[in-house]
Design a protein around this ligand. Structure first.
Ligand SMILES: Cc1cc2nc3c(=O)[nH]c(=O)nc-3n(C[C@H](O)[C@H](O)[C@H](O)COP(=O)(O)OP(=O)(O)OC[C@H]3O[C@@H](n4cnc5c(N)ncnc54)[C@H](O)[C@@H]3O)c2cc1C
Length: 474
């Protein structure tokens, strides 16, 4: 797959492009959707990218960008643009235990970088991603456009989307488009529309269970004492079984937030803002550092769908990426890395599936030829099945998109499973005290943590009973 030289030039006039069937419609121009659209476009595929928001737009987030994200952002060519903006540098992780012990674990440097990662407001990161997508010749961006439902063919395969937005010239049937609604068709629809995914809901997929999703809040505080090049995680009594973070933004502010499982917040029956503000005011370390700090703006809230929940992410005519596919790290709450990675994996799998479909078409084999409209009755789901399969629609079938799901399992799942084990261990107060206390006092244990952060194989230690035995030894 060549990402750099589109070999299938498109019409120069975007209005002309609206007459045609797209190779892919990508719903959502966040990290997952922008990455998927750009990689597909660079492979020469015709992409329609839709987002309901007006860019630049806010996204409630901790703003930390890890080595995993940096790798893909570099490939996308937007790293220099991001680095040119004021940002916080990350070189380590500070953890605080319930009994007040602190440990700093240095992070390994990201490939080709002078640091391990950085913090940059998502408004800026996502604007750069959206701009990069819009600059691609093979991408038509329409926004604000809010997808409301999916279009299906007679076999219930997804063949497009229907929604509301600004007029985009002509629709894909060549009709002048109504200012308040529109339909677009493609061989595949990519749901990259975040944790509240309309695409996922329209497919009839269940929501992420509360024990697999964080309720997360964050605000920006100016004047926090003692900020450094560490991201800080507080596993303290005030917030357990959740965690509190303080991330340096490099512009005099800190991104401060709280993550707690939806199932736990329901049991606690306390507003998360109250839990966070109480911890900042009362905890001995935090109260000193926040004595002169001021909250700028509001505290925002959002749901984080964790990768501990295995969600179906492909089917007839569709794939899901990023938060829509529930791929966030269940220990750290980091989701941008897997959003970018899954967007790239989806682009690769879709490109291969389109290639295969074309070969089958040329050889006259394969089901669902565009010349043979399907007349099977529609089955269930929340999609709009009123359209029968037109001669110019040809959804990629589930089997051709399955390699995407298989690659998610191979490349992302093992780390997600390890992080889930860590998440469960971090719910136990005595284990946190033991773990962080030991790391604070024993250099060799600290080194083990450095290795664990750097190396997926080392992370498996957390599943090894010997690891806990070593923890208990003096
Ligand atoms: C408080 C908090 C802190 C976090 N901290 C971090 C962190 O420090 N580091 C990290 O890596 N991750 C963090 N995460 C997770 C991270 O924010 C997400 O994993 C990431 O944004 C997922 O990217 P995405 O592209 O899948 O979805 P999103 O970034 O949510 O993008 C989805 C896009 O789809 C659009 N959209 C939605 N519905 C529709 C529709 N119907 N029609 C058209 N467009 C639509 C939206 O406008 C949006 O632009 C945090 C999350 C929260 C809530």
């Amino acid at each position: 797959m060549d990402y750099t030289t589109p070999d299938k030039p498109l019409a120069d006039n975007p209005a002309e492009m609206d007459f045609c069937l797209y190779d892919a419609i990508v719903v959502g121009s966040g990290p997952a959707g922008s990455a998927c659209a750009i990689f597909l476009a660079r492979a020469g595929r015709k992409v329609l990218l839709l987002d309901k928001a007006e860019y630049p737009r806010e996204k409630v987030c901790g703003d930390a960008i890890s080595g995993k994200s940096i790798h893909v952002l570099r490939e996308l060519g937007i790293l220099p643009k991001l680095e040119a903006q004021a940002h916080g540098v990350i070189n380590g992780l500070m953890m605080v235990s319930p009994d007040g012990k602190e440990v700093v674990v240095p992070f390994p440097k990201a490939t080709g970088m002078g640091c391990a990662g950085y913090c940059l407001r998502r408004k800026q990161t996502d604007e750069a991603l959206n701009e990069a997508a819009k600059a691609e010749k093979n991408i038509t961006f329409v926004g604000p456009f809010s997808v409301q439902t999916l279009l299906r063919d007679g076999k219930n395969a997804v063949i497009g989307v229907k929604g509301d937005g600004k007029p985009a010239g002509m629709d894909d049937r060549g009709n002048a488009q109504n200012a308040s609604s529109g339909e677009y068709r493609a061989r595949v629809v990519v749901g990259a529309d975040g944790s509240g995914s309309v695409v996922s809901r329209s497919l009839g997929l269940a929501g992420v269970p509360p024990e697999h999703a964080f309720m997360a809040i964050r605000g920006y505080w100016r004047g926090v004492g003692g900020l450094s090049e560490n991201i800080e995680l507080f596993f303290i009594d005030e917030v357990l079984p959740g965690y509190l973070w303080v991330f340096p933004m490099g512009d005099g502010t800190a991104n401060v937030g709280l993550g707690i499982l939806n199932s736990d917040i329901k049991k606690r029956n306390e507003h998360p803002n109250k839990i966070l503000l109480n911890a900042l005011a009362k905890h001995p370390i935090l109260s000193k550092r926040f004595a002169n700090a001021k909250l700028e703006g509001n505290i925002g809230a959002w749901t984080i769908p964790n990768g501990s929940y295995k969600k179906q992410n492909s089917g007839d005519g569709w794939v899901l990426c990023g938060d829509a596919a529930s791929l966030v790290d269940p220990f750290s709450g980091e989701g941008v890395g897997n959003a970018l990675a899954s967007g790239k994996l989806a682009a690769q799998a879709i490109d291969e599936a389109l290639e295969k479909q074309m070969e089958e078409k040329l050889n006259g084999s394969g089901a669902g030829s565009p010349d043979e409209p399907d007349t099977a009755p529609p089955q269930g789901g929340d999609g709009d099945s009123s359209q029968s399969l037109d001669a110019d629609t040809w959804a990629l079938d589930a089997s051709s998109l399955k390699p995407y799901s298989e690659r998610i399992e191979k490349e992302l799942r093992p780390e997600l499973e390890m992080s889930y084990k860590l998440q469960r261990a971090s719910r136990l107060r005595f284990l946190l005290n033991l773990f962080i206390g030991k790391a604070a006092s024993k250099p060799e244990f600290r080194q083990m943590l450095v290795d664990m952060l750097a190396n997926d194989k080392e992370k498996e230690r957390v599943a090894d009973p010997l690891f806990y035995l070593k923890l208990l030894l003096p």
